[in-house]
Write a protein that binds this ligand. Structure first.
Ligand SMILES: [Zn+2]
Length: 254
């Protein structure tokens, strides 16, 4: 499945997701019972879009937090001539650091793996090895859902599932692109396995402020079609909700 994102392909609107109402039925997210929260992020922004609320909860509970940045996001505008004049890897890494600081994290701890954006699956062994050296038995690790719909996201989810099981860490999966392609009235998302993390008004406001740091993704890089925003404004509303959804793999076996 190829993800198509532009002003003619904006996916379901927030009112459609809201009307479907799945989130209202979900079990609430309990307290974080972990020594550390590890957020695995395929591209610099996923950690905030998918888990910016959870990061704030962890910080407020004095749980250690670490972000594993798998790629530097250098391939977000592959055919853009404007992008060639920018060092996108540098720009996006800096945006991520600013966004995390806006969540109240003064000195974000980010481990960068520098795997190639768009081609993480070819480096699965390296990814597994890196995660195996980072994850500990008492960690809660969140990563994109294995079926999120972007190849880098999917392989990150698969890798974290494998390694967290081997290590004895707990894993939950966040959603980024699934909100774009899934049918609000269908069963694409495994709602029975999902949990809802409610955000306070303050946490929601901080998350929204944080997402405004991703200017290289939310605004056009230049005048050409290839420079268009990867995350057009209507899509960003998904990440400004009063809740986050996490897939709990263990829920299916209970
Ligand atoms: Zn991503």
């Amino acid at each position: 499945m190829a993800l198509i994102v532009d002003h003619e392909h904006l996916g379901p609107s927030e009112s459609e997701w809201d009307a479907a109402g799945h989130h209202k039925q979900l079990a609430p997210f309990g307290p974080i019972e972990a020594r550390r929260l590890v957020v695995v992020s395929p591209h610099p922004d996923d950690e905030v879009l998918g888990a910016g609320g959870l990061i704030q909860v962890a910080l407020s509970q004095h749980v250690l937090v670490e972000v594993v940045a798998v790629t530097d996001g250098e391939a977000s505008h592959p055919n853009s001539t404007s992008a060639t004049t920018l060092n996108l890897a540098h720009v996006r890494s800096a945006e991520s650091r600013i966004a995390l600081s806006r969540l109240g994290w003064r000195e974000p701890l980010i481990t960068r793996l520098h795997l190639p954006d768009g081609n993480v699956s070819a480096h699965r062994g390296q990814l597994d090895g890196a995660l195996a050296s980072i994850l500990l038995p008492d960690d809660l690790c969140v990563a994109p859902w294995r079926h999120d719909g972007h190849p880098d996201h999917d392989v990150c989810g698969e890798s974290v599932l494998t390694v967290s099981r081997a290590v004895g860490a707990r894993m939950l999966e966040y959603l980024v692109w699934a909100w774009h392609w899934a049918d609000p009235d269908g069963s694409d998302i495994p709602w029975q396995q999902c949990r809802r993390l409610d955000l306070t008004r303050r946490a929601r406001a901080h998350k929204r402020w944080a997402t405004s740091a991703f200017g290289s993704q939310t605004r056009a890089l230049g005048p050409d079609f290839e420079d268009a925003a990867v995350l057009p404004a209507p899509l960003m509303r998904r990440f400004w909700r009063s809740y986050e959804v996490y897939v709990d793999d263990l829920a299916s076996t209970r």
